[in-house]
Design a binder for this molecule. Structure first.
Ligand code: KG4
Ligand code: ZN
Length: 360
C-alpha cells in the first residue's frame, strides 16, 4: 500500500505555506512569505494573522494544483499547532480542523521545531537518526542528540536570544535590513582583509569547560548583541563614519556567533560519538555556519542541511512530521488547539555527562 497523501499547513509566523506529500516525495509546495514585515523591522503578529487569513485558501489550492490532486484526495491533514504566534497559528489550525471535519479525514497537530528536524531528510536520505541536531531559527536555539525519531535528548539551548533573533537584532544595530541573517552574511562577505579587525567575546564559551559543568552546552547571545552596540558607540565617539565599519563588524559578529554554535555542536559530537550532524531552521542557511561545521567535522563526519527553501518555514516539513506522528497513531481530535508554547514532544533534558533530568 502506498503512503498516505498528506497535506501540511504552516502558519506559525510570517510564512503561509502548504505542501502535498507522499512518503518523502513533495508533490506540491507553495510558500508565501509576508514580505511587508520588513517595513517594521520585524514580524507584527496581528498583521501576520490577517495576512494568513487572506492567503491560506489560495496557498492550499496552489499546492494541490501543483500536485495534481484535489482536497478530497488528501488522506491526512497536518498542521503546525505550536510553538509560534498564537493568532497566526490559529488560522492554520482552524483551517485544517475544518477541512478534516468536512472530509471525514484525520488531523495531526505538529510541533514546529520537530518539523524543522525533518526538513533535511526530505532532500538527503542520509539525514536520519542517530544524529546530533542543531535547530537554529528566529525563536529557538536547540542542541540535541537524536538517537531515533521521536526521541530528543536536549543537551543545550539559549539562555536568552535565539541565534536568528541575535542576527536580526545585530542587523538593526548596524542599520541593515530584516531579516538580519542574510543581510549580515552579505555585509560580512564585503569585509575582505578587514574581516578580522574586530573580535567579540564568545558568550558562555570557555575552552576548558568539561562535560558536566554548567554551560557546557548552553548558549547566550544577548551579551554578544550588547557587545556589538557598545563597539558601534565607541567607534562613533572616536569619529568613525557609521557606514565604514559595517562590513568588518558584521564579519566579527557572524564569526563569534558561528564559532559558539560550531564549538558547542562539536562538543556534542565528541561526547555522543555521533559524527552525523543535522541542521534545521532559518540560520541553517548560514554559509559561514555550514562551512565551519563541515571543516570541523572533517572527512569522517556527515553534515546535512536543508536547501534554503526547506531551511526556513515551510509546509513540506510540517507534512513530513505529520506523517511520522500519523504512522504512530497520533492523530488529534477536533479539540486540537494552537499553543504558543507547545512543549517539544519526546524531549528530555540531559545533564551533560549525566542521565535524563525529566521532560522539558
Ligand atoms: O526558521 P525561520 O525561517 O523562522 C522561524 O521559525 O524563526 O528562521 C528565521 C531566521 C531569521 O532570524 C533570519 O535572520 C535567519 O533565520 N536567517 C539566517 C540566514 N538566513 C536566515 N541567519 C544567518 N544566516 C543566514 N544566511
Ligand atoms: Zn521555523
Amino acid at each position: 500500500m502506498s503512503a498516505p497523501l498528506v497535506l501540511g499547513l504552516e502558519s506559525s509566523c510570517d510564512e503561509t505555506s502548504a505542501a502535498v506529500l507522499r512518503g518523502d516525495e513533495v508533490l506540491g509546495h507553495v510558500i508565501f512569505t509576508q514580505d511587508f514585515h520588513r517595513l517594521y523591522g520585524g514580524v507584527v503578529p496581528e498583521l501576520a494573522s490577517r495576512a494568513h487569513l487572506r492567503t491560506v485558501d489560495d496557498v492550499v489550492a496552489g499546492a494541490l494544483r501543483e500536485a495534481g490532486a484535489s482536497l478530497a484526495d488528501v488522506d491526512v491533514f497536518g498542521v503546525t499547532a505550536g510553538p509560534g504566534l498564537i493568532g497566526a497559528l490559529l488560522v492554520g489550525v482552524a483551517w485544517a480542523k475544518a477541512a478534516a471535519w468536512a472530509l471525514g479525514k484525520p488531523v495531526v497537530g505538529v510541533h514546529h521545531m520537530e518539523a524543522h528536524l525533518f526538513a533535511a531528510a526530505l532532500e538527503h536520505p542520509g539525514a536520519q537518526p542517530p544524529f546530533v541536531g542543531l535547530l537554529v531559527s528566529g525563536g529557538h536555539t536547540l542542541l540535541m542528540h537524536v538517537p531515533a525519531w521521536g526521541e530528543y535528548r536536549l543537551l543545550g539551548s539559549t539562555r536568552d536570544d535565539a541565534a536568528g533573533e541575535a542576527f536580526d537584532k545585530a542587523a538593526k544595530i548596524l542599520g541593515l535590513p530584516y531579516p538580519g541573517g542574510p543581510a549580515i552574511q552579505s555585509a560580512a562577505a564585503e569585509a575582505g582583509e578587514d574581516a578580522k579587525r574586530h573580535r567579540f567575546t564568545r558568550p558562555l564559551l570557555i575552552r576548558s569547560q568539561q562535560p558536566g559543568e554548567a554551560d557546557y552546552y548552553d548558549m547566550s547571545f544577548s551579551g554578544l548583541k550588547t557587545g556589538l552596540r557598545m563597539k558601534v558607540r565607541e567607534l562613533e565617539h572616536g569619529g568613525a563614519q557609521p557606514g565604514d565599519e559595517v562590513a568588518p563588524l558584521a564579519a566579527a559578529f557572524q564569526d563569534a556567533l558561528v564559532d559558539t554554535l560550531a564549538s558547542k555542536t562539536m562538543r556534542a559530537v565528541k561526547q555522543t560519538g555521533c559524527r552525523r550532524v543535522v541542521l534545521g531552521g532559518g540560520v541553517a542557511n548560514s554559509r559561514a555556519l555550514r562551512e565551519e561545521l563541515a571543516r570541523r567535522l572533517g572527512s569522517g563526519g556527515e553534515l546535512y542541511a536543508p536547501s534554503p527553501r526547506l531551511a526556513t518555514d515551510n509546509g513540506a516539513m510540517i507534512a513530513r512530521a505529520a506523517l511520522f506522528r500519523y504512522e504512530r497513531g497520533e492523530t488529534a481530535g477536533l479539540d486540537l488547539n494552537a499553543r504558543a508554547d507547545l512543549p517539544f514532544p519526546g524531549m528530555t533534558r540531559v545533564t551533560p555527562g549525566g542521565g535524563p533530568k525529566g521532560r522539558g
